[in-house]
Unconditional design. Structure first.
Length: 421
């Protein structure tokens, strides 16, 4: 039989300057610096190697909103962003509340050969927040988690029962934690800037109040709860206290909430309109502290593509969402590792092992026998963000033109090339 050994040569492990060779066979890591001969060799040209990134929160829009994104464009974009695994959100059209949709998404993604897809399914039928979906059947079809993201869970008892049911199945519930009755029709953070601009504000308290309620439900039930796209200092503090009290909660933070503030809205550009909204500098700094002290478990992008025409509408009309899956790692690396605020090891943990721990998945590694989900990162050369070159259909970006380091140059999924830059 033909020897299908892949060698990736001239690569560096994190924290080392030595050029080494990684050998991959049958989708698994075979070992380092072996004397065996490979059937295929890729020259890593001094790039740094890490386990492929894991995305717990992306909107891929299939089925039904393929004008914004589809599996092919979204998973190709993810692979270009260095991701080997993506959890897709179920707020599609129809909503992913039916096992048949989960199955067909997974089958389609497998055929594409980009990042691996782990679909999230809706917690409630039609994401209406009233009746639980058939969580057991959804899990059997391959659902990775349950969430009504895109909507908020207004009925606390429905959330409680859903968390209990999901916990019995060994899966977590993930929540978009904002109190809809406090959020009202706010299109940006409520504060000095919203007042100056005369735009309806969404107060930090909408998030903090909902996070407090949901942490209590986690304490009550002992069921795993994951809080999505945390954006405020107050909500983060509530999670910190909840964890101390033993609540089985985890949380994610998004690159846009760490690198942008409500000041960005001064140009009335709805590209910056996102839910939860961009907050204050103080909030962004508190979230960053949360990354350092472990209150924040992982980074997730909440990649939320819309058409350019939709995002060019005015602040009141445009849909919420910022696409970022292709720039998340370079953005975080350049802003926070290059400036010495966080170590590369810690940042990578937040993009990989931290996500796996949230999901109770095997922690990714580059040791013999591990699944060969691998990314090569160019930490030496910078490149400007060029949305026209995005694989995502959302070819615009708040970071367009920014010179960033840390671009992925190769992503392997199950030992196969999913992206090569
Ligand atoms: N985050 C957003 O602003 N938008 C998301 C929905 C969501 O994540 O709640 C979307 O689906 O576009
Ligand atoms: Zn959300
Ligand atoms: Zn989302």
């Amino acid at each position: 039989m033909e020897n299908m050994m892949l060698e990736i040569k001239n690569i560096k492990r994190v924290g080392s300057d030595t050029l080494e060779s990684l050998f991959i066979e049958d989708g698994k890591i075979r070992g380092w610096n072996l004397s065996e001969s490979a059937s295929e060799t890729i020259d890593g040209k001094g790039a740094t190697v890490a386990p492929a990134l894991i995305e717990l929160h992306a909107h891929l829009r299939e089925p039904g909103q393929e004008q914004k994104e589809d599996l092919a464009s979204g998973l190709a974009a993810a692979a270009a962003g260095g991701y080997g695994t993506v959890v897709s959100m179920p707020n599609t059209s129809p909503v992913v509340d039916d096992p048949g949709i989960v199955t067909s998404l997974i089958q389609k993604a497998d055929r594409l050969g980009f990042a691996r897809l782990k679909p999230a399914a809706a917690l409630t039928r039609g994401q209406k927040g009233e009746t639980l979906a058939d969580l057991a059947a959804l899990k059997d079809a391959g659902a990775a988690m349950f969430t009504d993201d895109g909507r908020t869970n207004e009925n606390a008892n429905v959330l409680r029962r859903g968390m209990e049911y999901a916990s019995g199945l060994g899966l977590l519930v993930s929540v978009h934690a904002e109190d809809a009755t406090l959020r009202q029709d706010g299109v940006m953070n409520e504060g000095v800037v919203s007042q100056e601009l005369g735009l309806p504000g969404n107060p930090a308290a909408a998030e903090a109040a909902r996070v407090a309620r949901d942490v209590e439900i986690a304490l009550l039930t002992g069921a795993r709860l994951h809080i999505q796209h945390l954006s405020t200092a107050r909500a983060l503090e509530i999670v910190r206290q909840g964890k101390k009290a033993g609540a089985p909660v985890t949380c994610e933070v998004c690159p846009h909430h760490l690198t942008l503030t409500d000041e960005a809205l001064r140009g009335f550009d709805a590209m910056y309109k996102v839910a939860p909204p961009l907050r204050t500098q103080q909030d962004a700094e508190a979230l960053f502290e949360g990354l350092l002290d472990g209150t924040v478990d992982c980074l997730a992008t909440d990649h939320a593509p819309h058409t350019q025409a939709e995002k060019e509408k005015d602040m009141l009309e445009a849909p919420f969402g910022i696409p970022s899956i292709e720039v998340a790692f370079p953005l975080m690396y350049t802003r926070f590792v290059k400036t010495g605020k966080i170590s590369l090891e810690k940042l990578l943990d937040l993009f990989t092992a931290g996500c796996a721990r949230v999901m109770n998945w095997e922690v990714p590694s580059l040791e013999e026998g591990a699944v060969a989900d691998v990314v090569l990162l160019d930490l030496e050369n910078s490149k400007a963000v060029d949305p026209k070159s995005f694989k995502s259909k959302a070819r615009f970006s708040p970071w367009a033109g920014d010179e960033l380091y840390g671009w992925p140059v190769l992503t392997l999924v199950n030992g196969r090339v999913a992206f090569q830059g």
